[in-house]
Design a protein around this ligand. Structure first.
Ligand code: SF4
Ligand code: SF4
Ligand code: SF4
Length: 364
């Protein structure tokens, strides 16, 4: 698939509005404006049109806050708008990332009928998950999340787990890995809990790049030892694929950060959701012509910066995997060119470990 800048939207139909109150939530700064700023039908229609107009193969990623709070009618309208483009031959895929606590059989029926792929956030066993992913009453959400996962699995539309790794659970890779296997959850993505701009104040939960690399190396070893191809760990599969000469990549190894954009409920388009909502990454609105957005000066600056970063990474032995890394995680500031040595050292240690282990199996 040809990917140009501003082509994969992460859509936030209710901005940061959510029924949970997770302690590390980075969208809390967006909650205040959420209620009065639910995405209106004309903005939804403009969002679909903006991304379908000049691409043949489009992926919509519905995100939050909690995207189910937009309501079923919102998504019924979304697929109606999309069907007009599908009739013109466009291929559209819908991914939705939810906390799963609001999933009902009605939602499952809709997702099944409309081929949505639904990912769920779950931070491992109940004793870890419930310490962080709670309601505002501090009650943990684990039981409701597992019920939601069961409904999605029964319908065959469950698209795996994103598991946040924080100070609460990073020392327990084996327990977490075995928990997911015992629950027959075989599609996993791990994500380091980190500080994002001014949206959170969670330093007690943030782990360092070294702690995260230790966790991921332990997970890789467990995965290799298990030798079960049905167990998919997205980051590890990307790295293994690239070492073996394939091209399967997560966004963090694509070097294409300008491809991913966030669409807020008022139709404004900003850089990838990993960044705080900042003027420097405001590229325009879905109501604008795409040519205007793609020539926006902030976008041009980001693209120029990404090019400079790639140039400065060319001498790195792991450039063929990392491609300059995640534009958010690998750099101190939004305009830094040199990557953070602490992040690079640990990425390189992780790549080296995987490469050596694969080599010892005679695969490279
Ligand atoms: S479910 Fe997501 S959006 Fe909601 S509080 Fe938790 S981290 Fe934030
Ligand atoms: S900034 Fe990071 S999370 Fe966002 S698209 Fe780039 S690599 Fe992915
Ligand atoms: S590991 Fe660091 S130096 Fe190497 S490509 Fe990635 S960001 Fe660049």
């Amino acid at each position: 698939m040809f990917c140009q800048s501003v082509s994969t939207p992460i859509v936030k139909p209710v901005n940061g509005l959510c029924n949970l109150s997770c302690s590390y939530c980075y969208t809390s700064g967006l909650k205040m404006c959420a209620d009065k700023n639910r995405m209106r039908p004309e903005i939804l229609g403009a969002t679909i049109d903006f991304f379908c107009r000049d691409q043949d193969d489009i992926e919509f990623i519905w995100h939050g806050g909690e995207p189910l709070l937009a309501g079923l009618d919102f998504y019924r309208r979304a697929v109606e708008f999309q069907s007009a483009w599908e009739q013109q031959g466009k291929k559209i895929t819908n991914f939705l990332q939810t906390n799963a606590t609001l999933i009902t059989s009605e939602w499952v029926r809709f997702f099944t009928e409309n081929d949505f792929l639904v990912g769920v956030s779950l931070d491992g066993p109940k004793k870890f998950h419930d310490q962080i992913r709670c309601y505002s009453t501090s009650k943990g959400s684990y039981d409701e999340v597992m019920k939601g996962i069961d409904l999605l699995r029964q319908a065959g539309i469950f698209n795996g787990i994103i598991c946040g790794i924080s100070t609460i659970n990073h020392k327990f890779p084996k327990e977490i890995f075995n928990f997911f296997l015992a629950e027959n959850i075989k599609k996993l993505k791990f994500a380091r809990v980190k500080s994002i701009g001014h949206y959170n104040n969670i330093s007690s939960l943030v782990i360092s790049p070294a702690q995260y690399a230790d966790f991921m190396i332990a997970i890789f070893d467990l995965w290799l030892e298990l030798d079960d191809l049905e167990v998919e760990i997205r980051d590890i599969q990307s790295v293994v694929s690239l070492i073996l000469g394939g091209n399967k990549r997560e966004c963090i190894y694509m070097g294409q950060c300008a491809q991913f954009v966030t669409v807020y409920s008022d139709g404004s388009i900003y850089g990838c959701d990993s960044f705080p909502k900042t003027d420097a990454l405001h590229f325009g609105r879905v109501l604008d012509e795409s040519v205007i957005v793609r020539s926006n000066s902030h976008l041009q600056s980001l693209q120029a910066l990404l090019r400079k970063r790639k140039e400065s990474c060319q001498t790195c032995d792991w450039y063929f995997i990392c491609k300059g890394g995640c534009a958010k995680d690998c750099y101190k500031q939004i305009d830094s060119v040199e990557p953070l040595s602490e992040v690079c050292e640990n990425l390189q240690r992780y790549f080296e470990h995987i490469s050596t282990k694969i080599g010892s199996y005679g695969l490279i």
